[in-house]
Write a protein that binds this ligand. Structure first.
Ligand code: NI
Length: 177
């Protein structure tokens, strides 16, 4: 089994870095994507951006298959949203902000262009959970977190809660979700 990657926890400043384009499609990139998928599955997440594992390159992995369905691991490299339609309130959480869930406004459907591990460009339309996931993960690559959509007061409360968790040794502060 490959080793898991450490996931940065809010309010770590490294979560605010803007990721750079991926230009080289080599074995190291494939290995990184595989380790990100493994880390995401072990953490029971549905998406993980490279930024969250302190790699500031534009890629993320996701699996938004419904419970009980076969896994559908997805890799998006240099993703760009071409078109966004509709509006929904989505209930979100984040592996970098454990124990916090809240509603944020998102587009209901998106069309995204990205590259695969071979560097080939593809386009794909998504709605529902996958559309939300794509928007959430691209935000990570731009140094943005879902709690940025909440009020400053709520964000301040979340920061205090997580800082307190981080100070308590052996606390479940890093429990994944
Ligand atoms: Ni996240």
């Amino acid at each position: 089994m490959m080793s898991l990657l450490d996931i940065l926890q809010f309010p770590d400043d490294r979560l605010r870095r803007v990721a750079a384009e991926v230009g080289v499609f080599d074995q190291a990139l494939a290995k990184l994507a595989a380790r990100m998928l493994e880390t995401m599955y072990q953490s029971r997440g549905v998406g993980l951006a490279a930024t969250q594992v302190d790699v500031h390159r534009r890629l993320f992995v996701a699996d938004c298959a419904d419970d009980g369905q076969p896994p559908e691991p997805l890799i998006f490299i240099n993703p760009v949203i071409l078109d966004a339609r509709g509006q929904i309130e989505s209930e979100e959480g984040c592996l970098s902000i454990p124990g916090v869930n809240d509603k944020v406004p998102r587009a209901q459907a998106v069309r995204v262009r990205a590259q695969n591990l071979a560097g080939d460009t593809f386009e794909r339309s998504a709605d529902g959970l996958l559309a939300v996931c794509i928007q959430h993960e691209i935000d990570h690559l731009d140094g943005k977190l879902f709690i940025d959509y909440l009020s400053p007061l709520k964000r301040q409360r979340i920061r205090k809660k997580l800082e307190k968790q981080a100070r308590q040794p052996g606390s479940p502060g890093v429990a994944a979700r």
